[in-house]
Design a protein around this ligand. Structure first.
Ligand code: LLP
Length: 421
């Protein structure tokens, strides 16, 4: 459930008409709902209420300071994957001991920053990383709390570009080698193993792959404890999918996921950590765009929008589907018609949807891309010298621009000229 609904024929974000925001901010822009963000976060918190847990929001999904502060105020920890994300989390007031650090390529600088802020844990992804973190921690005179990310070789049954738990993926250490790796961790004085980490992919719409992975983690917990390791935490990653097509999809709910975790791992006496991103932010955000032209092509009509692949890359990158709806509901009795919905960027790949059945639309009409809150703004670029689009947050009947649209000058003035030009 989200808070983008029609009232008297107009799309609202909570209690604010989307068209009013468009009139003030200009299009295109991202628009988030505070009520939806907090509701989704709380669903996870409640789903794990049966035991000690921490929901560490995977901020790669949407990392605006206002979003992080909103979630932190609900008690969210953060899952970060770069020095930049770590700095954003700290800037939003999240204490280091509520931040977990994931990612396959952590640099020494990132390790130092996180260690000096008292990081909750590093999720280690390889042996060279383990050796480096040990050296850095010893040099700083601290002990780094770590988990090892195990790769359970489970098929997450999702898009190949976002599956991470198969043995051919670059992530984690093969689960078959976990004992050996934990034995090495135990010998390194700069590291202290506090748990196990696993993450098998994103946009999972079936719980079975989770069951297989969690069962393997449960077995590994017993084995590692028998080897003398103090396994206190299980970080189970993120990945729970969302419905991208209204009415057609019913992915499992956070409560089902929480119950599954309890069934498979509830008896281990561990603190459960999860790292959801998409389910928290995805349906809490839309991208609003305007029809620039309706162009009749051969055998098809194109809706040319002012939003483009640089603003929302998911359709071009993953063939992802986003529902696209008019901001003003069409008059009753209209007939759907097929459009190719495209942006102005000079690539055929700048296509959001082909032959999408839509109510009739005309120049100047506003449309909203649903489910664009996660992996939307964060994956945008300035390709074609299109400045990053603004982000706006709604809270009940108020809204605020949480990232303004840069002017052309601001965009250009980030470049610096060498002395010889
Ligand atoms: N934890 C780790 C270690 C991850 O790699 C990810 C996502 C998450 C948590 C959060 O997963 P989520 O709950 O959001 O599914 N750009 C792609 C998605 C990439 C996901 C990368 N890792 C997309 O637009 O679909």
């Amino acid at each position: 459930m989200d808070h983008f609904l029609y009232r008297d024929g107009a799309l609202y974000a909570e209690d604010v008409p989307v068209a009013d925001i468009a009139a003030q901010v200009g299009t295109p822009f991202y628009l988030y709902s505070t009520a939806t963000l907090t509701r989704h976060f709380k669903l996870f918190d409640e789903a794990l209420a049966w035991g000690p847990h921490m929901v560490c929001y995977a901020m790669k999904a949407a990392s605006n300071q206002a979003i992080l502060k909103t979630l932190a105020a609900c008690g969210a920890g953060m899952d970060v994957v770069s020095g930049g994300e770590y700095a954003r989390a700290i800037a939003a007031g999240v204490p280091g001991d509520r931040i977990v650090f994931s990612g396959v390529g952590k640099t020494e600088e990132e390790m130092r920053a996180a260690l000096s802020g008292g990081i909750r844990q590093f999720n280690l992804e390889s042996e060279p990383e383990m050796e480096r973190l040990n050296r850095v921690a010893l040099d700083m005179g601290v002990v780094a709390p770590v988990t090892v990310r195990v790769n359970p070789d489970v098929d997450a049954k999702t898009h190949a570009k976002i599956a991470t738990g198969k043995s051919e993926n670059k992530f984690g250490i093969p689960i078959s080698r976990a004992r050996e790796v934990y034995a090495r961790v135990a010998k390194l004085p700069g590291l202290r193993a506090v748990g196990i980490d696993v993450h098998i992919g994103s946009q999972l719409t079936d719980l079975e792959p989770y069951r297989l992975a969690f069962r393997k983690v449960g077995e590994l917990t017993d084995v590692l404890r028998a080897d003398g390791h103090d396994i206190q935490r299980l970080d189970l990653g993120g990945g729970l999918g969302i419905p991208y097509t209204r009415g057609n999809e019913a992915p499992p709910l956070p409560m089902d996921y929480g119950n599954l975790i309890r069934e498979e791992l509830g008896d281990k006496g561990c603190e459960i950590e999860i790292e959801p991103g998409r389910l928290v932010a995805g349906n809490a955000g839309i991208m609003v765009s305007k029809v620039v032209y309706v162009k009749s092509g051969e055998g098809r009509d194109f809706l040319i929008l002012d939003g483009a692949m640089n603003d929302l890359i998911r359709p071009a990158m993953y063939d992802a589907h986003h529902d696209i709806i008019p901001v003003i509901e069409p008059a009753p009795g209209f007939e759907y018609q097929p459009y190719d919905i495209v942006g102005p960027v000079c690539e055929s790949g700048d296509t959001f949807a082909k032959q999408r059945m839509m109510p009739p639309l005309a120049e100047g009409d506003l449309v909203a891309f649903r489910s664009a809150g996660a992996y939307g703004a964060v994956m945008s670029s300035e390709y074609n010298s299109r400045p990053l689009i603004p982000e706006v947050l709604v809270h009940e009947d108020q809204f605020a621009v949480i990232r303004p649209r840069p002017s052309f000058d601001e965009m250009i003035n980030r470049d610096t000229l060498p002395s010889w030009l």
